[in-house]
Design a protein around this ligand. Structure first.
Ligand SMILES: *[C@@H]1O[C@H](CO)[C@@H](O)[C@H](O)[C@H]1NC(C)=O
Ligand SMILES: *[C@@H]1O[C@H](CO)[C@@H](O)[C@H](O)[C@H]1NC(C)=O
Ligand SMILES: *[C@@H]1O[C@H](CO)[C@@H](O)[C@H](O)[C@H]1NC(C)=O
Ligand SMILES: *[C@@H]1O[C@H](CO)[C@@H](O)[C@H](O)[C@H]1NC(C)=O
Length: 853
């Protein structure tokens, strides 16, 4: 322990460390590792270069991001409980200004926005909390969390040394801090919140704003500290965080890529350990394996990190219009808890085991003397040791991504798989290896076919220039008119063609060319649909170019421009634009006709939005007709009963194009099926409808379809997690984990010679109904898609079926004695891969599983 650089105000706490140190050592008997219960009285949170301290006692933290507005409140208790069960002791959330203050001075802290209720729930689960106030949060959230009305404040420039911005930011931060204080939620008051964040990833903004940026971030630190929360403040991605504010790392590999705070008196904290990659429309699936995450986390702790935060631990759903530009409703579905709050295996379980292993090593990690021993070019041992007390932990790392290796450490051999870290709890016993390996299925419900009757309301009133009240020479910027109340803005213009303007040749059709700032549009000429176009997240501007038919006399062009949400990152956010820009017609006899300054009319929003026909109240204000497929700009509705049971419910919108979803008046999100990614599929086909949006009978589903779709083929599905897998190699020390899980104590003398075992476990009340795949040899692939390798013992399936069918849980040996080794493959590390399907004990025969996703 160093005694320099302790926060001046916390000398007393620092002194207390010496005392707490002794007490903590006494606590560290095996099995008593989790002394995390919160005291109800006030708690002092302090830090030094080594760790954060709670009442002077060092602690390690496993934190997970769960954003309250991304799940309905009835899901919160289960999410928090599952986070705790997964070994977390901290839950983290941003605060989302634009949903809390949608209009200046008008506040909303109800329902999904009940921040206080969320933090109180964390406290009820005896966990700590981190509140990231921002108030700019990015977070793939509309406008990065900033309310639209901020853009209308005179002379405002966001996130720099700008008085109007600073004033409003300070008011909001003070309001949030006061609400949290009034509810006694800070640790200093006996609450769960141990850290608060101001600003967010400012470093690269600071570069854009130069000295004004530096002035601003210093001001932000002072302003935050003046609120008197009694807990430290953090700034993520701000290596030079001012004063006592702690900088933290965001990224994939903070253990390797981050040099740590510039001010060496501050600890290493990792606020965003990305559990996958968030996705926008147009993105192919993203996946970060459980092994890769575990590797990065183990690495971070091995270089002295003491807090990691999984971003996200549960992503949830961007309901309604809350997503940032192009971001899909489904958010971080690959996180340890998926969009529906179900365990995402093997990620959830693998990380739980990692947390358990690291907790066992807490004493060495927090008080041991660190050292590094090179064991080869890509191999090393990092050790934390208190010599005279026999306290030691070692991290053996293999950074080679292709080859497994046997490393000799303190005279003993350890087999370390490629790209993995083995944790040796006493510098001898392997308690965890980061390398190692349920898939969901979706089932039709009766509701898909029963009463599958759709009605429609045609948003057909394609407006003409004469009907528009807002008229200007050139098309106006979109956000300026929609004010983020709707995604939609009509642009219209009319022009006259003489006979000799028309193309000479009848087979040549003139082409409409509409340039847009973003994000998508649908064009009509003389009430006829001519086509759609869209930009991408990376390149929002785009050109729509479509052939059309024109006539002699007056012609009318109408373009419905759409935003996919407001941008959530970068400097000068207040100036980002959407909507149409230059418009031309090509292929006329006279050449190109430029309509850019032709005079444009604007109509904000849709008729269906103005009348709120997606609500039960507004529904009656228009006449609904029997539905017809493949019509652009159409509202569709049908009634349905809630599927029985408790499994999560999703809509399969594959037959649709692009638009919005409402259930009983609540916005479920924007859908976009027609935008295919490079692999030829849509980024999100299934959309989560929380059960709390529904009642038992007679729910109303409303879709607004922009491009044309087939609503009668929309399916209502339920989600099950009943595919389970195991993937274990003969020499993989992971078997010790499953054994360790049972009594959560280490009793093995040596990690070297235990027989590996593979365990398969179904969800509660289910049994293994089928062994879908089994191979002993060198199988490849991921759960749901294993393939047989060049070595394969066919007996594996037979053994697995015999041992596992009808069981809720079963254990299989990983050994050539049992399956018969493949003599053709000497020297290969043999691996057992099994995929099984769980179901309720009742016989199969239910309508089949649909897609796997
Ligand atoms: C370094 O961090 C310490 C502890 O938070 C703080 O008191 C000190 O002011 C910081 N030094 C600088 C130069 O910012
Ligand atoms: C976070 O976790 C991921 C796995 O999800 C891991 O790959 C990454 O290295 C970790 N670190 C950071 C900084 O995100
Ligand atoms: C938005 O409207 C304001 C005033 O109505 C105008 O000054 C400003 O230039 C407009 N912005 C854009 C990008 O058109
Ligand atoms: C399954 O795995 C094989 C090879 O491992 C791969 O070629 C194929 O694309 C995978 N299929 C899916 C659906 O992931």
């Amino acid at each position: 322990m160093r005694d320099d650089g302790i926060m001046p105000g916390l000398r007393a706490a620092a002194l207390a460390v010496a005392v707490a140190f002794a007490a903590a050592l006494a606590l560290m008997v095996p099995g008593a590792a989790a002394a995390w219960e919160l005291t109800k009285k006030g708690t002092v949170v302090s830090y030094d270069h080594r760790s954060l301290m709670i009442d002077g006692r060092r602690e390690i933290f496993f934190s997970g991001s769960i954003h309250y507005p991304r799940s309905p409140p009835d899901m919160w208790p289960d999410l928090i409980a599952k986070a705790k069960e997964g070994g977390l002791n901290v839950v983290e959330s941003y605060v989302f200004w634009n949903v809390h203050e949608p209009e200046k001075g008008v506040f909303n802290f109800e329902g999904r926005y009940d921040m206080i209720k969320f933090f109180k729930l964390i406290q009820e689960h005896d966990m700590y909390a981190v509140v990231r106030i921002g108030p700019f949060v990015q977070a793939e959230w509309n406008h990065g969390g900033l309310p639209y009305w901020l853009r209308e404040v005179p002379d405002i420039v966001f996130r720099t040394n700008n008085e109007p911005y600073k004033k409003l930011m300070e008011e909001f931060v003070n309001r949030i801090v006061k609400m949290l204080k009034d509810a006694n939620l800070f640790a200093s008051q006996g609450g769960p919140i141990i850290l608060a964040q101001i600003e967010n990833e400012y470093q690269h903004m600071e570069a854009a704003f130069k000295e004004e940026g530096t002035k601003y971030i210093n001001w932000a630190a002072k302003m935050a500290e003046a609120t008197g929360t009694g807990v430290p403040w953090i700034m993520c991605k701000q290596t030079k965080a001012p004063g006592e504010v702690i900088p933290t790392c965001n990224g994939r590999n903070c253990g390797d890529t981050w040099p740590g705070p510039l001010n060496k008196t501050k600890p290493l904290l990792w606020t965003e350990n990305w559990t996958a990659q968030y996705r926008v429309f147009g993105d192919p699936p993203s996946q970060r394996s459980a092994e890769d995450i575990a590797f990065a986390v183990a690495r971070f702790f091995s270089v002295g990190g003491t807090l990691t935060n999984y971003y996200m631990y549960h992503g949830g759903t961007n309901f309604g219009r809350t997503a940032a530009a192009f971001v899909m409703p489904k958010y971080y579905d690959e996180a340890p808890l998926d969009e529906f709050g179900l365990y995402k295996e093997p990620k959830w379980g693998h990380l739980r085991d990692l947390h358990q292993a690291l907790k066992l090593c807490k004493k060495a990690l927090l008080w041991g003397t660190p050292s590094t021993q090179k064991l080869g070019k890509q191999f090393e041992a990092r050790v934390f040791e208190i010599k005279d007390q026999n306290v030691c932990v070692a991290f053996l790392s293999n950074h080679n991504t292709k080859d497994d290796v046997t490393l000799t450490f303190r005279d003993k051999p350890y087999f370390v798989l490629r790209h993995s870290i083995s944790i040796l709890a006493d510098c001898k016993t392997v308690v965890f290896s980061t390398q190692h390996h349920n898939q969901r299925t979706f089932h039709f419900t009766d509701q898909t076919v029963q009463n599958n009757v759709w009605q429609m309301f045609d948003e057909e009133k394609i407006p003409k220039f004469k009907q528009a009240k807002i008229r200007t020479r050139k098309a106006e910027e979109l956000y300026n008119l929609t004010k983020d109340k709707t995604d939609y803005l009509w642009y219209t213009t009319s022009f006259k063609l003489e006979d000799d303007d028309m193309p000479f040749r009848r087979d040549v059709r003139p082409v409409l060319e509409v340039n847009s700032h973003g994000h998508s549009s649908v064009a009509f000429v003389n009430n006829v649909f001519v086509g759609c176009g869209h930009g991408t997240k990376m390149n929002k501007a785009f050109m729509l170019q479509k052939p059309m038919d024109l006539k002699k006399g007056i012609n009318h062009i109408a373009v419905l421009a759409t935003t996919m949400g407001m941008m959530d990152s970068g400097a000068y956010l207040e100036h980002r634009e959407a909507g149409i820009d230059r418009v031309q017609i090509q292929g006329l006899n006279a050449g190109t006709l430029d309509l850019t300054n032709n005079g444009w009319g604007h109509i904000v929003g849709l008729v269906g939005e103005q009348k709120e026909i997606y609500t039960e109240k507004g529904m009656g204000s228009v006449t609904w007709k029997p539905a017809v497929n493949d019509k652009p700009l159409t509202w569709y509705k049908r009634h349905f009963d809630m599927p029985s049971g408790e499994d999560p419910v999703v809509l399969d919108l594959d037959p649709m194009g692009k638009g919005m979803i409402f259930v009983n008046g609540q916005g479920v999100g924007r859908y976009w099926i027609s935008y295919k990614h490079a692999l030829g599929r849509s980024s999100q086909q299934l959309y989560h409808v929380p059960r709390s949006f529904m009642r038992e009978k007679d729910n109303v589903l409303v879709l607004f379809e922009e491009e044309g779709g087939r609503p009668d083929a929309v399916m209502i599905l339920t989600v099950k997690r009943d595919n389970i897998c195991t993937f274990i190699s003969e020499k993989n020390p992971a078997h010790i984990r499953s054994w360790q899980r049972k009594d959560s104590q280490i009793t093995a003398k040596d990690g070297g010679n235990l027989k590996p075992q593979a365990t398969l476990t179904c969800p509660p009340k289910k049994v293994i109904q089928q062994v879908v795949f089994a191979s002993y040899g060198n199988p490849e692939g991921i759960c749901g898609n294993y393939t047989v390798g060049s070595c394969h013992s066919p007996r594996a399936k037979e053994v697995a079926e015999k041992t596992c069918l009808g069981q809720q849980t079963c254990t299989l040996p990983v050994s050539a004695d049992v399956y018969g080794g493949d003599i053709k493959c000497p020297g290969t590390t043999a691996t057992l891969a099994v995929q099984a399907k769980c179901s309720k004990r009742s016989p199969p025969g239910v309508p089949g599983a649909a897609a796997a996703q």
